[in-house]
Design a protein around this ligand. Sequence first.
Ligand code: HSE
Length: 332
Amino acid sequence: MIEYRNLRIALLGAGSVGSQVAALLLEHGDELAQRVGAGLELVGVAVRDPEKHRDSDIPFELFTTDAESLIVGADIVVEVMGGLSPARELITLAMTSGADVVTANKALLATHGPELFELAEQLGAQLYYEASVAAAIPIIRPLRESLAGDRIERIYGIVNGSTNYILDRMDADDLAAEDAQQIALELGYLEADPTLDVEGYDAAQKAAILASLAFHTTVPLESVHREGITNVTREQVRSAREAGFVVKLLAVCERLVDPTSGEEGVSVRVHPALVPRTHPLGAVHGGNNAVFLEAAAAGPLMFYGAGAGGLQTASAVLGDVVSAARRHVLGG
Ligand code: HSE
């Protein structure tokens, strides 16, 4: 039986992820309410231009341009607008107003994560970000919670779906890089600025987030070595194939020990790599992602699935919304 008051959810952004978050909340609200023990009420959707959303399935009266007023009355703020500003300021406002925050914003967390986490800690707010890395694949919560008692030595994997799609088409269909990229663009796999994907910025942001969590340290984005796929040619992919390898854009996060001083550090890098076709990462096709990690006690673990897509990312966002809502209910 639901006895708790309705929890007010403010959504910032109604792009491919935001519109799916709204749709899931509106369609499955009753079921989620049963799970949480409180109603989850979508009280507004902040966008730049509501007119652009007139044909959307979201009731038009929920749209507003006044993100600040929407945030101030909310229990949970979901930021899926992307970009650094005004996302940073709005998340700060949300936490200082007493709301918990759910974000999918990898660029923001990789750049301003430490400051936002510190603020959350000071205020006793929660900042959830499962959707920031590898979309639907649960990887943030396993690192934060399930593996919190273990020592992670190494994480490596494919964390960018669009470049994996491009390399996969070059490998499977012998396409030239430009042709494969054009198809990825048409399928909507690439970021609005495709440079973010093909030059490895997106993967570097995700690697910084994973490494910071896994190694309990701050990994600044500037310290991540980054090389994208723009220099990978069809001929290289072909030669790799003939030799039993496949070219993949890998994110690699490792602990390092300085042999002289014994001091511990981390190495985080993103670059194209030759992966044996027999390795499970060699079998990650299309826009999928896969993350391997090696933990001292748990041993090797692999996480695999859809790493991009509005609905898939919305699944991770909704999981965080339910966690935040449960915290409200349990905390009274
Ligand atoms: N452009 C990103 C990718 C979207 O291709 O993986 C998901 O973060």
